[in-house]
Design a binder for this molecule. Structure first.
Ligand SMILES: Nc1ncnc2c1ncn2[C@@H]1O[C@H](COP(=O)(O)OP(=O)(O)O)[C@@H](O)[C@H]1O
Ligand SMILES: Nc1ccn([C@@H]2O[C@H](COP(=O)(O)OP(=O)(O)O)[C@@H](O)[C@H]2O)c(=O)n1
Ligand SMILES: [Mg+2]
Length: 224
């Protein structure tokens, strides 16, 4: 008769440490349709919880501006609401994480399709602590995008419709993939910016708030 071995208390995936360039990192994927408020709330999270914010879209737009050899291809994909090949986006994200002195990252707008997800996992071996999902009706997102006024080539109604189609067809399955692993924290993103952040704060409560400003600490000790 074979020896009965107790099942391990913790599954392998949970004990995997996310190492990158010699440091242990925490990654949160921030997902949601175009205009759901990902960037807006990431700014709030950075200010309150000391994460670094890496927006895949911002990194791709910076790559276009830098005159990179991939610039024209990236610009055409963005204008069409299509998803840029993973190798390009992953390299930008990886470089940014290695360059950063931080070890906690909000990765905004990535992974946007199955290819993004699988390639990131294979290349970096990093799995997210959780996925923050901003759930928002299309009509709300559409009116926000049309009012965004950042001069983006993709904030026009024709491209917006294509982006919504890409989101439903390619990005929602990624959210479903993580949901099946119980990793998705869903937020009602149709509420006001302040109300949405109240819900976000509850989710990030386990992460220590940013250390107080050094100047304020010194002032407090020298001027009681
Ligand atoms: N909860 C909200 N209510 C109203 N407007 C919002 C809200 N969140 C973001 N916005 C606005 O909607 C637009 C899109 O927000 P943004 O954070 O850029 O979304 P995303 O990164 O998901 O595309 C911006 O003009 C932003 O100021
Ligand atoms: N992982 C990603 C993220 C963005 N992108 C491209 O960049 C565009 C803008 O992304 P974004 O995240 O800045 O857009 P929003 O959802 O913030 O409005 C997308 O529509 C894609 O064309 C991509 O190809 N791959
Ligand atoms: Mg954004």
């Amino acid at each position: 008769m074979g020896t009965v071995v107790d099942a391990p208390a913790v599954v392998a995936e949970e004990v995997t440490e996310n190492m990158l360039g010699g440091k242990k990192v925490t990654v949160v994927f921030v997902l949601g349709g175009p205009g759901s408020g990902k960037g807006t709330q990431c700014t709030n999270i950075v200010n309150h919880f000391g994460f670094d914010h890496l927006s895949a879209g911002d990194l791709l737009r910076a790559e276009i501006k830098s005159g990179s050899e991939n610039g024209t291809m990236i610009e055409n994909m963005i204008k069409e609401g299509k998803i840029v090949p993973s190798e390009v986006t992953i390299k930008l994200l990886q470089d940014a994480m290695i360059k950063s002195e931080n070890d906690k990252f909000l990765i905004d707008g990535f992974p946007r399709n199955e290819e993004n997800r699988a390639a990131f996992e294979n290349v970096t071996k990093i799995s997210p602590a959780f996925v923050l999902f901003f759930d928002c009706p299309e009509e709300v997102m559409e009116s926000r995008l049309l009012g965004r006024n950042q001069g983006r080539v993709d904030d026009n109604i024709e491209t917006i419709k294509k982006r919504f189609k890409t989101f439903v067809e390619s990005s929602l399955p990624v959210i479903e993939y993580y949901d099946a692993k119980d990793k998705v924290k869903k937020i009602d993103a149709a509420k006001s910016i302040t109300e949405v952040f109240e819900d976000v704060k509850v989710i990030f409560a386990p992460y220590s708030p940013k250390a107080p400003n050094k100047y304020i600490c010194e002032t407090m000790t020298t001027n009681p």
